[in-house]
Unconditional design. Structure first.
Ligand code: SF4
Ligand code: SF4
Length: 86
């Protein structure tokens, strides 16, 4: 893992209220991180368009839209997109 400070690897945007704010109940899939596979590289947090992954690599599901970009970009394939229970 690089020696970059935690905040150096985060997206510039941060979650906020507004038109694209909290997700509500429409998300179909949620990301689930396999901590055994994760190497802490932070790419998922950098690519998340909603800034929903914090500097401890925890997904804030209030803002996550379930787009799957984080899972797609993860070099360790450590993120599974799991269908939401209804
Ligand atoms: S991109 Fe994958 S390996 Fe890197 S921090 Fe995120 S979950 Fe872990
Ligand atoms: S599924 Fe999309 S919105 Fe949710 S944490 Fe991953 S990249 Fe961000």
């Amino acid at each position: 893992m690089s020696s970059a400070k935690k905040h150096d690897r985060l997206a510039i945007s941060t979650p906020t209220e507004g038109a694209a704010g909290q997700t509500g109940s429409w998300r179909v899939f949620r990301p689930v991180v396999d901590k055994e596979k994760c190497n802490g590289c932070g790419l998922c947090a950098m690519y998340c368009p909603d800034g929903a992954i914090d500097d401890d690599l925890v997904v804030d599901l209030r803002f996550c839209k379930g787009c799957g970009i984080c899972a797609n970009e993860c070099p360790k394939k450590a993120i599974a997109m799991v269908r939401e229970e209804r």
